[in-house]
Design a protein around this ligand. Structure first.
Ligand SMILES: *Cc1c(COP(=O)(O)O)cnc(C)c1O
Length: 360
């Protein structure tokens, strides 16, 4: 069996040791004689799995005690609606920062539900950087400020945490667990699982407890964070297998990698390897301002776009999968999430060098 290098933006690569462990436990979970997929979510076995996953996540991210961790479904996209629904019960205007496609989708959903105020945008420059902190202009009645830490499609990330007097809400779908994080700076952090956490179907929400209970009255209970917090995220059947696999990923990060400082060092080296290769070539280019280059998603274009399909075909034949850029922007994109190793990046860079020599 050969596992190939997977640069998919999501659902993304999972650590091989995690999949091996899941395979070992697939038919008979630790002598129970059944699969995790076949367990009642209310059983003592699954309760232990669920609680251990949360405990390990809390350790990894050093989540303070006054924050609740919710295990939801619906993806980050469902949270685009949950954010205004859960935070506007006390009135006020939702404020947003705009840095590209994902923050734009969050804004659209807030507009649909409540109307929003654009506190800053990097659209005029073509989304090649993030707004400077001193350009953030909140509305007088701001209920919260929402931003997307890492724009997965554009390949840009904030190099600072906005410092505002209202709750800060962050979509961290494609960057959570890639580096240490000061959770106490945030009111709410959310992330779909299928990039850096586990398989699709699970969504993490980390919310400061004083922000619970502020939902708009029409909020459906399945979208209400407080209902999840009050019911250990089990109001209905949760995505049990995805939750279990996320727990295995948290254990891998903690015990095999050695925590998020160690993970961040690995991620910085991976990204530097690829960006250096792009920088030192006249054939490949990346448009993002150096300070805002994403460590997780690296878009690049070839000097001759007519070679795109040849590049992708040859890459696939060389065992390098899923390098096609998002359908809305074209070009290439290499996603370097936690489960993608230095070796994968070196294989990609070697392939790129070889391709440039033959076609450049
Ligand atoms: C992938 C992604 C989303 C959408 O996630 P779904 O789970 O498909 O809803 C939203 N925001 C960011 C930053 C993403 O990377």
């Amino acid at each position: 069996m050969t596992r190939r290098y997977n640069f998919c933006a999501g659902p993304a690569a999972l650590p091989t040791p995690v999949l091996e462990r899941a395979r070992e436990e697939l038919l008979d979970y630790r002598g129970r004689g059944l699969s995790v997929m076949e367990m009642s979510h209310r059983s003592p076995e699954f309760t232990a799995i669920a609680e251990a996953a949360e405990a390990n996540l809390r350790t990894l991210l050093r989540i303070p005690d006054n924050y609740r961790v919710l295990f939801m479904q619906g993806g980050a996209t469902m949270q685009f609606a949950c954010v205004p629904l859960n935070l506007l019960g006390g009135g006020g205007t939702p404020n947003y920062l705009d840095t590209g496609i994902w923050s734009g989708k969050a804004i659209k959903e807030a507009d649909h539900l409540a109307g929003s105020h654009l506190a800053a945008s990097s659209r005029a420059g073509g989304y090649v950087d993030v707004p400077a902190s001193d350009r953030i202009a909140l509305s007088a009645d701001a209920a919260y400020l929402h931003y997307c830490h890492n724009e997965t499609i554009g390949g840009l990330a904030y190099d600072y945490v906005p410092d505002v007097a209202v709750p800060l809400v962050c979509d961290m779908s494609s960057s959570i667990l890639s580096a240490p994080l000061d959770v106490s700076r945030f009111g709410v952090i959310y992330a779909g699982a299928q990039k850096n956490i586990g398989p699709a179907g699970l969504t993490l929400v980390i919310v400061r407890d004083d922000l619970l209970g502020r939902a708009l009255p029409q909020t459906p209970s399945l979208l209400d964070w407080k209902v999840y917090a009050d019911n250990a995220s089990m109001i209905n059947t949760p995505p049990t297998y995805a939750w279990y696999l996320a727990g295995l990923v948290f254990e891998w990060l903690k015990d095999d990698i050695g925590g998020l400082e160690a993970m961040a060092a690995i991620n910085r080296r991976k990204a530097a390897t690829l960006y250096d290769a792009i920088e030192t070539s006249d054939f490949y280019s990346n448009p993002i301002a150096p300070a805002n280059r994403s460590l997780m998603n690296v878009p690049f274009v070839l000097a001759d776009e007519a070679l795109n399909d040849t590049f992708l075909g040859e890459a696939e034949a060389a065992g390098l999968l899923n390098l096609r850029g998002h359908r809305s922007v074209g070009g290439m994109r290499a996603s370097l999430y936690n489960a993608v190793g230095q070796q994968a990046v070196e294989a990609l860079v070697a392939f790129m060098g070889d391709f440039e020599q033959r076609h450049g």
